[in-house]
Design a protein around this ligand. Sequence first.
Ligand SMILES: [Zn+2]
Length: 395
Amino acid sequence: MMLSEMRSRGLTVKSVQEFNRRVILRLIYEKKLCSRTEIVESSSLDASTVTRVVQQLVDDGFVEESILQKGENQRGRRSIGLRIAADPHRVLVVRLQRLNFQVAMLDLRGSILKSAEVQIKPISTAENIFEQIVESLNSFLDLCKENLLGIGVTLPGPFLEDSERIALITETTDWRQFDLIQRLRVHYQQIPVYSKHDAKAAALAVWISQGLDSNSKVTLYLSAGQGIGSGLVLSGEVFRGSLGTAGEIGHTSIDLNGPLCKCGNRGCLEIYSSSLALLRNLEVNWQEISSRSISFEEVVVAYHEQQPVVVKEVEIVAKYLAQGLINCINLINPDLIVIGDEYARFGERFLNIIKSHLQTSTLPSVFKNINFQLAPQTDLVINGSFHHVIQSELL
Ligand SMILES: [Zn+2]
């Protein structure tokens, strides 16, 4: 680009360099492994610019060279490829849930290097939990402060992503008056802090890992665990809605005469089908076996061992979730549905029960068009938040 052309477009030499750097970094991030030649072809930048910018990215520790094996490049020979460098940069992610929060440290290729889970006491206030999060983050910062790209925070919903405020989290302390993200920014002034609704973070991770390859036009990620939520990916973009609360399937009703939910609606799906509701329903029967409370871990084991009481309750939950999904399928016509979070651990049998309910209650052509999957046993929420930080800071 000529200098005069740059100036007429309001660009400086520095901003063009920054633009080129981001274009090249994005290509390497999306392709995961590629050659300098591929970057020249895909970016329309000239070879000397690509060589110079790549060298700067290598020197800054964001990119590293790696051998491209035969078949991985166009000429079928071994050559030098480029990929995102795992070291030295780091991303921290905080995942807030109802019963606990998790802090994880990841390298730039998304591997979790260290993580910690902290239980939340039922009597904790938002201020107490904030102090615990800061304490936990500080211990991680001691390990990576010099090379930290940013902190990603994920929250249950309904979360107003635009204003970064919690609208409601059922079954936990009242977060509405507490501006968690702003408090973290004030506390960590030198570190970029990013927020994301947990199911939307997971939907982003699903899209990056599966949606891109499956060519899905409409992906629905169902987050089923301590809360019930969803994330929608429409043509490659996570759909946020007007205020950022789209996808709150947990607050769609499956019973007009059901109990009143804190959102104002009656019979919300989440009231019947969250893992907290499931544990409550199982508690009575469990007390005949053990004096202490049943854990979700024990429910998963009991379900796989086919203990009749557990199977019955889990399958009732599957029916409720299917009802919520039927409403959603009719509204958005998805072609990929991924069941994730805690309930993914119930496995294929659980998924098949949901599918059998859907099959009898949706149009055959609509049902046949849907590819169903269980989410992988990795923390997609952490992974999605990691990608959100990378995309916001680097690309
Ligand atoms: Zn509700």
